[in-house]
Design a protein around this ligand. Structure first.
Ligand code: SF4
Length: 97
């Protein structure tokens, strides 16, 4: 029983840490830095939903996925929830120098 509680506490701590972790792309991401969109509130919503909400959420961000696949930053007009064809975005980014 002791082991169960110890393990549960460790798991809860790990989950909580993961939930609060910030996207590793944030340092160079214009959406995270802000000043790109007309409404600062929109950038904050993206930060809350993706950037600052742990790997489970930032790994769903289109900008994050494009960066992971290409090693390059996505164009500024690509938002975290962009509905454009992902393969097309990746192809375009790969073609840019
Ligand atoms: S989650 Fe997306 S928008 Fe946020 S910092 Fe990472 S790449 Fe940028």
């Amino acid at each position: 029983m002791q082991h169960f509680f110890t393990t549960s506490r460790k798991t809860a701590k790990l989950n909580s840490k993961n939930m609060n972790s910030t996207c590793p792309k944030s340092e160079n991401c214009p959406i995270f830095k802000g000043g790109v969109l007309k409404r600062a509130e929109s950038e904050q919503v993206y930060r809350n939903l993706y950037c600052n909400s742990g790997e489970k959420n930032y790994s769903k961000c289109v900008r994050y996925i494009v960066s992971e696949k290409t090693g390059k930053s996505a164009p500024t007009d690509i938002l975290p929830n962009c509905s454009k064809d992902l393969n097309e975005i990746i192809k375009k980014v790969q073609e840019t120098k």
